[in-house]
Design a protein around this ligand. Structure first.
Ligand code: ASP
Length: 315
């Protein structure tokens, strides 16, 4: 038996109370993570997951999500999924109903979601569309209008979008993926990750959130870990798995996160931006690390009345 706990990255506050409610009722870590993440994905004020997520360079929202269980390291994920507002639930369906596979992408992921009976939605809200337009047209030459014949301006518009893809425009706010890790009363652990990925990404780009070992790893022998931020770095660093391996080697969760981020920071990367991580152990210890002062993660125990912030150690 374990004391239930749920932790999450910045902006998971929108979902953690729902997840803790599941745990308090004796529900599973998997149910708790899914319930919590769905709240985050449905939050229209959050432009980095689910509905209202920022789109790719063509203005289409493409979502990545994954779930991993600690007891048997079962993994289910979807990537570059269009049109379905709760990719975390489709990832769960992959994990539970398609055990011969672990990851579905693009059209196949959408076909599977349809077969499972998930309903589609227009994920690009007016607010996120407006934000995308502002960013993509942030150059001297703006597109004059959507319904006019193609002009040199339209061409320049496309070039500016491509230039943004190359530069992966640095962000100006607390943005990124959501990580949620839960430990239930039976001692099972689940790590969930959901994201709309890098804004203005190349269509079809898949990030670390859908990849075991990179953005998500859970092994009940040591713990669970997850990442937000520059996914191409955590893919190359195998960062989530590195964290769990370091915990297995005796490091505490915060120090393991810091060391894994430090390792990723040694990799050459022209498009470097911040990488963050958090981790939870089967005995309920937790911690996180980030590249910037003032970064936090949030948690709830059975005693919590609301999500509580904890500082992340700084790289
Ligand atoms: N890790 C995400 C990705 O690379 C992005 C983010 O967390 O901001 O898709």
């Amino acid at each position: 038996m374990a004391d239930p706990v749920i932790i999450g990255s910045e902006r998971s506050e929108a979902g953690l109370p729902a997840g803790m409610e599941v745990l308090r009722r004796g529900g599973s870590a998997l149910d708790a993570v899914e319930a919590a993440m769905r709240r985050c994905e449905d939050n229209p004020a959050d432009h980095y997951v689910g509905t209202a997520g920022l789109p790719n360079a063509q203005g289409v929202v493409e979502l990545d999500a994954s779930l991993m269980l600690g007891s048997g390291r079962q993994f289910g994920a979807v990537a570059a999924l269009k049109g379905y507002p709760n990719p975390i639930s489709v990832a769960r369906a992959v994990l539970e109903r398609l055990p011969q596979h672990s990851l579905l992408v693009g059209e196949g992921a959408a076909l599977f979601a349809e077969e499972c009976g998930f309903t589609t939605a227009d994920l690009l809200t007016d607010a996120s569309r407006e934000q995308w337009r502002k960013q993509v047209t942030d150059s001297k030459e703006a597109v004059e209008g959507e319904n006019t014949a193609a002009t040199d301006g339209d061409q320049r518009y496309r070039e500016s979008a491509l230039s943004l893809i190359r530069r992966l425009a640095p962000h100006d706010g607390p943005w990124g993926t959501i990580n949620i890790i839960a430990l239930d009363a039976t001692g099972e652990m689940c790590v969930g990750v959901s994201t709309s990925g890098y804004p203005y990404k190349y269509p079809g780009r898949v990030g670390d959130s859908a990849l075991p070992g990179a953005g998500n790893w859970c092994d009940l022998r040591a713990g669970g870990a997850a990442c937000t931020g520059r996914g191409e770095l955590s893919m190359r660093g195998g960062t989530a798995r590195t964290i769990v391996d370091l915990i297995a080697g005796g490091q505490d969760p915060a120090e393991a996160c810091r060391a894994a981020l430090a390792d990723a920071a040694t990799l050459p990367d022209e498009f470097r931006s911040e990488l963050r991580a958090l981790a939870l152990t089967p005995d309920g210890r937790h911690g996180g690390a980030a590249g910037q002062e003032g970064s936090v993660y949030v948690l709830m125990t059975e005693a919590s009345t609301e999500p509580e912030s904890r500082p992340r150690v700084v790289l």
